[in-house]
Design a protein around this ligand. Sequence first.
Ligand code: DOR
Ligand code: ZN
Length: 375
Amino acid sequence: MELFPRTDFLRQDSVTRGPCLRINLREMGANMNMITIRRPDDWHVHLRDGDMLRSVVAHTARQFARAIVMPNLSPPVTDIRAGRAYRDRIVDALPEGMAFEPLITCYLTDGTDPNDLARGFEEGVFTAAKLYPANATTNSAHGVTDIANIEQALARMAGIGMPLCVHGEVTDAQIDVFDREKVFIERILAPLVERLPALKVIFEHITTEDAVRFVEEAGDTVAATITPQHLHINRNAMLAGGIRPHAYCLPVAKRERHRLALRGAATSGSPKFFLGTDSAPHTREAKENACGCAGIFNAPYALESYAAVFEEEGALDRFEGFTSEYGARFYGLPLNEETVRLEKRNCPVPETIDAAGAAIVPFHAGETLGWKFVG
Ligand code: DOR
Ligand code: ZN
């Protein structure tokens, strides 16, 4: 990462790390006006299909070289044929001349055929498989009703090095929605990692200090993605002073101490934590509704949003690892060679963004962020 000095201010409070970084940060800390990093990848995104896909894909492709694309379409992407067809639709939806590589995931169901899954991975159609506990979130009705039903498929994945992306929430109606991630770790994830230590697991969009601790203490085969929203907001953003549906996503944002734990993990320099936006567009009508959809559309200003967090934490020197290196290494994919830049200047976020003939309210709507992606 190249850092370009700026002379108008020096933020001493960003100097919080060990002795050699202390020197670095004192010289560069927030004291810079440009960041140059390897082009990043988004290790978790919802690009949808049809008109919505055509409207949103460029927002992701503008900032990211590759993305792990979620398969929760209707119907979901559950086999090789559907995976190939979805990949082609994404590529077709890209604006002329825009380079972007969608990495397709296979939606696991109770009926997933381990041989078909393995063949999809070996033929390069699928980069990973996705575990949605049935009814945990948007379009997950076809998900897995009991992890025992996919044990053969998981064992096969462990054998061939195929990564498993996990939506880590139990769906038990008895469990409070704010406890569903923690209980998932206890009931499902910890036993799974114990049974299949060779399985590469990405614990996606983690939201709790329990998840941070679990990932830190697990072996090298376990990593996690962290979204911009879970680094910026706690549950008050959704519920204090009125219900704010645009701050609602799943897993839902938790208490402040969890947000702080996530910030610590993301900016720690640990290669176990990397970028995954979980950008999940829904129209304004679908969100501002008596039963509003879960999902935050953060793709248009994703890097700006993460950069704000790293700057606030005095950790811009660790930004590139999180955005552009750790994820690719974990997936066993090459690092991108190209670079992109962010400039230290105002980046106003519009109140709405047009998509598929409707309005979507993006994350940070109406705010001004302090870094701007300039390509
Ligand atoms: O908030 C979310 N939205 N969480 C998910 O797991 C799914 C996603 C969506 O597809 O809208
Ligand atoms: Zn998601």
